[in-house]
Design a protein around this ligand. Sequence first.
Ligand SMILES: Cc1ncc(COP(=O)(O)O)c(C=O)c1O
Length: 377
Amino acid sequence: MQNYRRDFPIFTHTHYINSCAYGALSHQVEASYGAYLSCRNARGADWMGWVERHERVRERFAQLVGAKTDEMAVTTSASAALSSLISSFDFSGKRNRVVTTDQAFPTEAQNWHAQTARGGDVVHAREQDDGQLDLEHLAELVDERTLLVAVPLVCYRHGALNDIAAICKIAHDAGALMLVDGYQGLGAVPFDVRDLDVDFAIGGALKYLLGSAGIGFLYVREVLIESLYPLQTGWFAQADIHAMKIHANEPAPNARRFEQGTPSVPALYAAEAGLDYVLNVGVASIRAHVMALNAALKKGVVALGGSLASPVKDTHHGPMVAIRSTDDHQLVAALEAEHIITSCRDGNLRVSAHFYNNMDDIEVVLAALEKNRTLLA
Ligand SMILES: Cc1ncc(COP(=O)(O)O)c(C=O)c1O
C-alpha cells in the first residue's frame, strides 16, 4: 500500500486509528471545504453548481455499492434515509414483521420500534458468544409474516462482519425484503448490492469514506422504487424540483423520491472529495491492507494476555477490532495521553485501521496496551 499519510495532517502528531468513529481529514477534503467557502465569498450562492455536486455525490455512492445512479438517494444522515424508506412501508397487512438484530445500531432499531405504533411487529435475531449473528435463530424468525430483514454489514460494537448473501437468501426464500446498514464497513469492505442481492442499503460519508457529518444515502433496488410512496417527503423528492407545485405531491420516478429538503451543501463538498479518495485507493486493496494490520494487532493483544470481543477469524470481522477492557473509557484516555486516538463502546476498546494506518501504528498501540495491561480484560 502506497504511503498516503502525507495527505492526512493528523499523522504529523498523532496515531489516529479511529475511522469507525470518524475518518481522518485529508488535505483534499479540507481543500474542498475551502472551495465551498470561496464560492460563498465569491458568489454568495451557486445553487446550480450545488445541485450538480449533489448529483456527483449520488454517482459516487452508486459506484461504491455497485448500484445505478437512479437507485440512490442522497440524504442528510443514515437515519433520514431509513425513516424516509420506512415511511413508504405498510404495516397493516399480513406482512408486518421486521426482523432486526441485536447488532443493530440504535438508530436502526429505534426506527423499527417506532413502527409498532403503525402495526409493526419487531423482533431481534440474537448473536452468539463469538459475536457472530446466530443465523439459525434469524431463520426461525423469518416467515410468511416477515416484511423485511435488517442487518448491519459490520456491527458497531465489536466489528463482526455479516454474511449478507446468506442472510439475503433466508429473507428472499420467505418472500421478505432485505436491508443492510453498511455504515461500519463501506469504504473498507467490498460491498456490491447486485452480487449480494440486497434490496435496500443505508450508510453515510463520515467514517471510512472520509467525508463529513451531514451526508447519508439510501439504495433502493430499481424494481421496487415505483411501488414505494414515501410519506416523509419534500421538494427535493419531487419529479421536478423546479416545478414548485403546491397542490400535489409528485415523487420522482427514481430513488430521489426518498430525499427531502435542502441538502447539507458544505458536507457535499467533503463527501465528494472523500469518496473520490477512497474510490481511487480501491476498496479491495484497503480491505487486504487493513486485514494484515488487524492480524498483527490481534496476535499482539492475545500475546499480552488480552482478549477480543471481535470474532477472531480475519474474514469474520470488518475493519474494526474490539478489545475487552476492565474500563474502556479509561483505556481510551490512557491511549490518548500517548497520542493514540481510538474509541470505545460496550466495555470494549475499538481500534479501527484504514489504508492510512501502518504497522508502526499497530506497534505503538500494542506498546501502549502493554503499559496499560491492567485495563485489559
Ligand atoms: C452502523 C451505523 N449505522 C448508523 C450510524 C449513524 O447514522 P446517522 O447518519 O443517522 O447518524 C452509525 C454511526 O456510528 C453506525 O455505526
